[in-house]
Design a binder for this molecule. Structure first.
Ligand code: MN
Length: 328
């Protein structure tokens, strides 16, 4: 295999990325797999949270008040339970296991995510973000709820294509860079070989069980980065296992990711924050002339039907936010 010069990370690797426990709100702790210190993106996938399985029968479950996003797509994927999504476009849907909630923030959107009342006793899922390329990051916001996704079946294994394409099966979800996201469910003793795009980089997140991924066990809640240059991925499960395959063309633009915003400069982040805070305060929002660049964050808008206050943005860090690449 040829290794490209100047791309020291090109080619297949097997790099275990440990999860970081991050408290969300008052009662929830999630495992954050991306970004990490040395590995910030896999393709355009730039944020991976795995939560649960949590027993929430006697608890409110997920309760995330309205908050804004820019420059990214959010991918809501449930393994157990359900999430009520509302957004500033007026979307009001219940997302269930096997269904894709795909929100394209573009220049600005606000949404809330809540366990409905009543709700299922268990909550288990993944919250993923996809960075939009520069040409698309100011597009009109949209939300799509795809209840039907392509499912590939082999003895003992099923693969649901969330985004992109696997073995000719293409997700209806619209993406803006070449990428793939697949949920693979395996029974005890199942063996599977997934076809991969050789110029993509890939990673696998185990959400339950402990499958063998490319020759090594990957326990639940762990992410394994697999690098580029692979045409297949071998999976084996001794016990019932479930995993997410994430991949895409390496994302070469540097981005600034802060709170719920993705931008290209610290100034754009500060403008997006200012715009959101002004909307929360009911003040006239900064006009186009107030911006220092071409990026016009927002308006984000209110989330119809949500009762209660929206989330205020945290203070900006004292040191400037700098654009960062996919590995550092
Ligand atoms: Mn969000």
């Amino acid at each position: 295999m040829q290794v490209c010069e100047g791309r020291p990370d090109a080619g297949p690797v097997r790099e275990l990325l440990p999860a970081r426990a991050v408290p969300l709100g008052e009662s929830t702790v999630v495992r954050r797999l991306l970004p990490t210190m040395g590995r910030r993106m896999v393709g355009a996938w730039c944020f991976v949270d795995h939560y649960g399985p949590d027993e929430i029968a006697r608890e409110p479950g997920m309760q995330v008040p309205p908050h804004p996003h820019t420059g990214l797509q959010t991918v809501s994927w449930l393994l157990d339970g359900e999430v009520h999504h509302r957004d500033s476009l007026g979307s009001d849907v219940l997302i269930r296991p096997g269904e894709l909630g795909l929100m394209t923030a573009g220049g600005g959107i606000a949404h809330s995510e809540q366990s409905p009342d009543p709700h299922s006793p268990m909550l288990h899922g993944a919250q993923l973000w996809v960075a939009l390329p520069d040409s698309q990051r100011e597009r009109e916001p949209s939300f799509d709820h795809h209840r039907e996704l392509p499912v590939l079946r082999e003895p003992g294994a099923t693969a649901t294509v969330l985004l992109g394409e696997l073995a000719g099966a293409r997700s209806p979800g619209q993406v803006h860079t070449a990428l793939v996201g697949v949920d693979v469910t395996m029974e005890s003793g199942a063996d599977a070989v997934l076809p991969l795009e050789g110029d993509f980089e890939h990673a696998v997140l185990t959400v339950s069980g402990a499958p063998d991924v490319d020759g090594g066990e990957l326990p639940a809640g762990s992410l394994c980065y697999l690098g580029t240059g692979r045409s297949t991925l071998r999976l084996r499960a001794e016990t019932p296992s479930r995993l997410l395959l994430l991949g895409g063309i390496p994302f070469t633009e540097k981005i600034v990711m802060w709170w719920n915003f993705i931008a290209r400069t610290g100034e754009e982040i500060a403008e997006a924050r200012e715009r959101w805070q002004a909307e929360l305060a009911g003040e006239p929002t900064p006009t186009a002339a107030a911006g220092t660049g071409s990026f016009q964050p927002g308006p984000f808008g209110a989330v119809p039907g949500y009762e209660g206050p929206a989330l205020a943005a945290p203070a900006l860090p004292p040191s400037p936010l700098r654009p960062r690449g996919r590995t550092r």
